[in-house]
Design a protein around this ligand. Structure first.
Ligand code: NAP
Ligand code: F7E
Length: 350
């Protein structure tokens, strides 16, 4: 086994992006440490394949219990691991949920970042040891957009407790760079999806439902605002941009996007269309899925990331829909087999 060249700590490693980033860093030869929340059930489905590999080929992946709400625990971990790079992906990341849990969202998604930055600053002061830090900022910070497309210089106007929490996290990261000379960068990422996307985000909700409808496992799909427009990319492409930011000599902030926008309705059309179905026959509107304040339109301009990082997305919108539908069709087929065998109660989540 080749000796790992660098050590990274990934918070949110059990999430969509965390799982792709862990894969990416392991392939680059990193020793990867992940922060995992304690829960009464296993929450590590998205990284199980990386864990399984450990027993076959030696894969330097180590998981640690911790929580963004626990500053002492985070500081102790940073001291013990002494990572070269920290990728902060942990967050209460659901916009609709943030309206129901605003205080929790602020604690984890906003103040959690401050806890990590303080731990990094303390270690840098005590040991003269530089840790590079990535903050997962969000296009939700643009909210009620001041201009289109949105770029690094576009003024922010968040429209949800999540967006406001991300804005605090963004500015405190910038502040620690300016105040203490930390090597910290923010990726202002527009929506990015994959077959590993959480099932309550709209794209995955649509591809799960469309494929289950196709196989007769479900009859209707209830959605909210079909006219919202998003700049949707593939998560696997976006984690490379995170890594590229930390390889720069100078820390900075970058918009990461495909620079194309589509509506939720267009996503439905394409997803159901891939299965030979007309979405209008199956989609119904449920007011519960509308938000108290909506972000109507997001469209990124990623010229800076493309020019300075040499990054570009590889997966287009139609390719993204196709790969998600095809993966969920396979999942639905397995679900159908289990159902036919009378094993509904032990259906695997993924
Ligand atoms: P995700 O799938 O929801 O993953 C979030 C991760 O954070 C999970 O590993 C989750 O752990 C962890 N987490 C939540 N609360 C925590 C806590 N209190 N302590 C420790 N860990 C906690 O999100 P994602 O789509 O991968 O996004 C990654 C990051 O990018 C998030 O910060 C998100 O806000 C941000 N972002 C996402 C997008 C996007 O389109 N995906 C765009 C811009 C920015 P569990 O598995 O235990 O729940
Ligand atoms: O909603 C509309 C909804 O929940 C997209 C997070 O990763 O990206 C994500 O936030 C749009 C919204 O993502 C339903 O109103 C309609 O306009 O998939 P979403 P989001 O809110 O854009 C940003 C960049 C992040 O940073 C976040 O962490 O779809 N919509 N009907 C619906 N949305 C959901 N979830 N469910 C519906 O039934």
């Amino acid at each position: 086994m080749t000796r790992p060249t660098k050590r990274a700590l990934v918070t949110g490693i059990t999430g969509q992006d965390g799982s792709y980033l862990a894969e990416f860093l392991l392939d680059k030869g990193y020793e990867v440490h992940g922060l995992v929340r304690r829960s009464s059930t296993f929450g590590t489905q998205r990284i199980e394949h990386l864990y399984r590999d450990i027993h076959e080929v030696e894969r330097p992946l180590v998981l640690h219990h911790g929580d963004m709400a626990d500053g002492n625990g985070l500081a102790r971990l940073i001291r013990e691991i002494r990572p070269d790079e920290v990728y902060n992906l942990a967050a209460q990341s659901h916009v609709r949920v943030s309206f129901d849990q605003p205080t929790y969202t602020a604690d984890v998604t906003a103040v959690g970042v401050l806890r990590l930055l303080e731990a990094i600053r303390d270690l840098q002061d005590a040991a003269g040891y530089q840790i590079r830090f990535y903050q997962a900022s969000s296009s939700e910070m643009f909210g009620k957009v001041a201009e289109t497309p949105q770029r690094e210089t576009t003024p922010f106007h968040p429209r949800s407790p999540y967006g406001v929490a991300k804005l605090y996290a963004h500015w405190i990261t910038v502040n620690y760079r300016e105040s203490y000379g930390l090597h910290v960068s923010c990726g202002i990422l527009f929506n990015h999806e994959s077959p590993r996307r959480g099932e309550t985000f709209v794209t995955r909700k649509i591809t799960r439902a469309a494929t289950r409808i196709k196989l007769g496992l479900q009859s209707k799909l209830y959605l909210g605002n079909l006219d919202a427009r998003r700049d949707w990319g593939f998560a696997g492409d976006y984690v490379e941009a995170m890594w590229l930011m930390l390889q720069q000599d100078t820390p900075d902030d970058y918009v990461v996007a495909t620079d194309a926008t589509f509506s939720v309705r267009e996503f439905c059309e394409q997803a159901f269309g891939r299965l030979g179905l007309d979405y209008r026959d199956f989609v119904a509107i449920d007011q519960r899925y509308f938000r108290p304040a909506e972000v109507d339109l997001l469209l990124g301009c990623s010229d800076k990331a493309r020019g300075q990082l040499g990054w570009q997305p590889r997966v287009s919108f139609p390719e993204l829909v196709t790969l998600m539908v095809d993966a969920d069709l396979e999942l639905a087929r397995r679900e159908q087999v289990l159902r036919d065998a009378g094993l509904n109660s032990i259906l695997p989540l993924r």
